[in-house]
Design a binder for this molecule. Structure first.
Ligand code: GCO
Length: 433
């Protein structure tokens, strides 16, 4: 039995991608609500999956799948629509959702920030301004005060690579800015300090003993050979050069090892590093594809490999190697906080969704994860991205990532073949993999 009985088999989502109700019950707009022309086909996230109204039905479906855990994010603009003001209706929504999950025996895993910054915070400078450190602290305080009686698992942030570097440097994610790398190192510092202060706050004030982490956009470089030199070379590529400045060590070295990566050396004082390296309990990895296609264009032959509809290479080895490389570098338990694939799924004439490609994807990737578990690496759980089809940021509603299909005209949900297949994997605790 490779998987422990308390292994958290789950699925994931994020507030801006599923909730809708963008201006209801006191919520203020987020930077994604006003993303306008940056989103394909004139789409927006104002209604999305209408999960804000349909959460009971959605939790029921999660129960049908037998999920042990559900990773979702809390909408900061729903909780703090104005500076210094907590919105009781925002809190109430998450209290109700969590109560529903608990009744269904599903462990809530909370992400505190999955990119939907309140517009007012952005107007005050967003990640450019150190003010955000206090604003985020106040928000986290309100959430922990009201929800930590029922929540144990906390992720401070989801993928800082995207919401800092892609968002402020490449203009590829809200708020779509084009700043220099030097300017953006300030934003990085703010994010790292916000993380460290939040970890300490949660540790000191949460009602239930917390398990705290951060979710990173990951995707290991798969070793070219498995001798010592090959393994070293791969880990070095993954952490030092992986996708240039997006290298994961930029974030994780200060957080876990209290070491400033070269780019941040002149920015982070010893005092900063002390705050940033507040001990965490796990590292969340979001794994979609390996970094080989970027770092080894010639040798990897990406063109010959299967791809998802977003053109992401499907290579299941990358889940195993990501878990292993993270563990070997940081020696912290790992949670797979995202892993999945986009596919243009449709409901067939038999009323079912036959996404055989995702069934295969699950078997292949989960077998890789099983190998890591068998080798003794502490893997706490696996959260498939996503629980249901949703708003894929600038890509809009085209790419479908869900285990559950969503008809956006009628909001009808249909469990896909992959959903039923995953349910069986969960029921047998991964023994069939
Ligand atoms: C990310 C985010 C998710 C995405 C998913 C598919 O990794 O970009 O965490 O919100 O929807 O990864 O792209």
């Amino acid at each position: 039995m490779p998987f422990p009985n308390n292994f958290l088999w789950g699925a994931a989502s994020a507030a801006a991608q599923i909730e809708g109700a963008w201006d209801e019950d006191g919520k203020c707009p987020s930077i994604w609500d006003v993303a306008g022309e940056h989103i394909k086909n004139g789409q927006d996230c104002h209604i999305a999956c209408d999960h804000y109204h349909l959460y009971k039905e959605d939790v029921e479906l999660m129960k049908t799948l037998g999920l042990k855990s559900y990773r979702f994010s809390i909408s900061w603009p729903r909780i703090m629509p104005e500076k210094g003001k907590v919105n009781p209706k925002g809190i109430a929504f998450y209290k109700n959702l969590i109560a529903e999950l608990k009744n269904a025996g599903i462990e809530p895993l909370v992400t505190l920030y999955h990119w939907d910054m309140p517009l007012w915070v952005h107007q005050e400078g967003g990640w450019k301004s150190p003010k955000i450190i206090d604003y985020y602290f106040e928000y986290v305080k309100a959430v922990v005060e009201s929800l930590s009686g029922d929540v144990r698992y906390w992720m401070t942030f989801n993928e800082p690579q995207i919401f800092i570097l892609a968002a402020y440097m490449l203009g590829a994610s809200a708020p779509f800015q084009h700043e220099s790398m030097t300017a953006v190192t300030d934003h990085l510092r703010h994010m790292l300090l916000a993380h460290g202060r939040a970890v300490r706050l949660i540790r000191e004030t949460a009602t239930l003993t917390p398990v705290i982490g951060i979710a990173m956009a990951s995707g290991a470089y798969i070793p070219d050979s498995q001798d010592e030199a090959g393994l070293l070379d791969a880990a070095q590529k993954s952490f030092e050069t992986s996708v240039g400045e997006f290298g994961n060590s930029l974030f994780m070295d200060p957080i876990v090892l209290s070491l400033a990566s070269p780019m941040l050396r002149s920015k982070l004082s010893a005092e900063d590093l002390k705050i940033i390296s507040e001990p965490i309990d796990l590292i969340g990895v979001n794994v979609y594809q390996p970094s080989n296609p970027i770092l080894d264009k010639e040798g990897y032959h990406a063109d010959d490999r299967p791809k998802t509809m977003l053109d992401w290479v499907i290579d299941s080895r990358c889940l195993y190697w990501t878990i292993r490389q993270y563990y070997e570098r940081y020696h912290l338990p790992i949670m797979v906080t995202e892993n999945g694939m986009a596919n243009p799924d449709i409901v067939g004439s038999d009323g079912q969704v036959h996404d055989g490609i995702r069934v295969q994807f699950l078997d292949d990737f989960l077998s890789g994860m099983k190998r890591a578990v068998e080798e003794g690496i502490p893997v706490l759980g696996y959260q498939h991205w996503a629980v249901m089809d949703n708003f894929e940021w600038c890509e809009g509603y085209g790419p479908r990532f869900g285990l559950i299909h969503v008809d956006y005209d009628t909001q009808k949900r249909t469990i896909k073949d992959s959903g039923w297949h995953y349910a069986e994997i969960i029921r047998t605790n991964g023994n069939k993999l």
